[in-house]
Design a protein around this ligand. Structure first.
Ligand code: ARG
Length: 459
């Protein structure tokens, strides 16, 4: 049988493989709520504009609501021969209300319909990702407040660099998430123009009111160019780009958790709820959730890359290639949502091993910069010379296998005779972090104030 929706000039139906490659119902059925919402807005506008008689509008509206009920109840039968969600809904509508259903598609096309549906789905998803990112920020800020004074080694090149606080480290991710949320909101704001009424590509000769449908669907305004309206997938690309950057942030944190939970680091403990055991090695506690957060960045970035490649050679306006926007977008944004939820759970349960962190913070001559700074501040040495003197002292301490603070004053004075007892005050890890009071620095008072500020702002 040729297709009921567009089969007028077709004598026979599609080949089996044609149907398989062509159908999107398997994955676009999740757009049913958006599709029905769009159709309700469209048919109401057709009625108000006098394009459809009121009784047809009423019948179509009632029919669309029954279709929605069937889909929500799980009784709706999706059929591959109906290709996609748009034709599935319309076909069922025809069964319910009869020939009047055929008037719903007046002054629109699946091209503007699918663009509208996708925008509605992506918009809702961006809103919920923003909320989830805020939840993670809150969990991190609360941990930061609790551990504003918990010292740990700060790293560059994954070599101990200078002591920082655990709270400061957590707040670094709060900042990243703030930028992520800004990107979600930017994408949402740019997305929020309604393509409905652009029809297939050229607009329509019917006296439609695109401002009315845009407003009914919560868009700021209709899109301005009908070709662009149906050919544009920037909103999906931008959302995937924002999602990719966020996923990279989550992946970096997840990587730290994987490293920090290893026996060699032993910096933090994840809860039983977010670790697994090994079926063969009883001692193991594997950070699987963190590993999967790290890994899922792959499919999120993959979805962005995939869609960029789909779009890059497409002439205006719509091409069926664009149907390939869906699976990757759905999958990637859903994966990000799962990652945000899992990481929030991990952070809430996370226990830093304060003693191990403090011990590690003091090792590796992490306060050498404090010594150099002291030489500059107290003795007026140029920084380069202070660096050199400190280097000699680190060499002396490491030759003896001791910390800088364990060198005696005469040993210190061999490198620089003017060094006094006062130097010992800056060599401890606690002194080091407390002195980092510059704006954005790791001093516990700074961290406490920033964590409190975030908690207040996040509500
Ligand atoms: N399933 C299609 C998609 O996802 C809907 C639009 C079809 N338009 C068309 N001209 N064949 O893109």
């Amino acid at each position: 049988m040729s297709n009921r929706m567009w089969g007028g000039r077709f004598a026979s139906g599609p080949a089996e493989i044609m149907e398989e490659i062509n159908a999107s119902i398997g994955f676009d059925k999740r757009l049913a709520p958006q599709d029905i919402r769009g159709s309700l807005a469209h048919v109401a506008m057709l009625g108000q504009a006098g394009i459809l008689p009121a009784q047809d509008v009423a019948a179509i509206e009632a029919g669309l609501k029954s279709v929605r009920d069937e889909i929500e109840a799980g009784t709706f039968v999706f059929k591959r021969e109906l290709e996609d969600i748009h034709m599935s809904v319309e076909s069922r509508l025809t069964e319910i209300v009869g020939p009047a259903a055929g008037r719903l598609h007046t002054a629109r096309s699946r091209n503007d319909q699918v663009a509208t549906d996708m925008k509605l789905w992506v918009r809702d998803t961006l809103d919920s990702l923003d909320q989830q990112a805020a939840d993670l920020q809150r969990a991190l800020a609360e941990t930061a407040l609790k551990h504003a004074g918990t010292v740990m080694p700060g790293f560059t090149h994954l070599q101990s660099a200078q002591p920082v606080t655990f709270g400061h480290h957590c707040l670094a991710y709060v900042e990243m998430l703030a930028r992520d949320r800004g990107r979600f909101r930017d994408a949402r704001a740019r997305l929020n123009e309604c393509p409905l009424g652009a029809a297939a590509l050229a607009g329509t000769s019917f006296p439609i009111d695109r401002h009315a449908t845009a407003a009914a669907l919560g868009f700021d305004r209709p899109t301005a160019n009908s070709l662009d309206s149906v050919a544009d997938r920037d909103f999906a690309l931008e959302s995937l780009a924002a999602a990719s950057i966020c996923a990279v942030h989550l992946s970096r944190f997840a990587e730290e958790l994987v490293v920090w939970t290893s026996a060699q680091f032993n910096f933090v403990k994840l809860s039983d709820g977010y670790t697994t055991g090994s079926s063969i090695m009883p001692q193991k506690r594997n950070p699987d959730a963190a590993e999967l957060v790290r890994a899922k960045s792959g499919r999120i970035i993959g979805a962005l890359t995939g869609l960029l490649i789909v779009m890059k050679g497409l002439p205006l306006a719509y091409s069926k290639d664009m149907q390939e926007d869906k699976e990757g977008t759905f999958d990637a944004l859903q994966a990000l949502s799962l990652c945000l939820a899992a990481l929030t759970g991990m952070v809430k349960d996370l226990e830093p091993n304060a003693a191990v962190l403090a011990q590690a913070a003091g090792s590796g001559y992490a306060t050498a910069t404090d010594l150099a700074d002291w030489l500059v501040r107290e003795l007026g040495l140029p920084f380069r010379q202070a660096h050199h003197v400190t280097g000699r002292l680190v060499g002396a301490a490491s030759a003896r296998g001791v910390g800088l603070e364990e060198l005696s004053l005469p040993e210190m004075q061999e490198a620089e005779p003017r060094i006094t007892d006062a130097v010992y005050a800056v060599l401890g890890v606690a002194n080091s972090v407390a002195s980092r009071t510059s704006y954005g620095g790791t001093a516990p008072d700074n961290v406490r104030a920033q964590a409190q500020g975030w908690i207040a702002r996040l509500g």
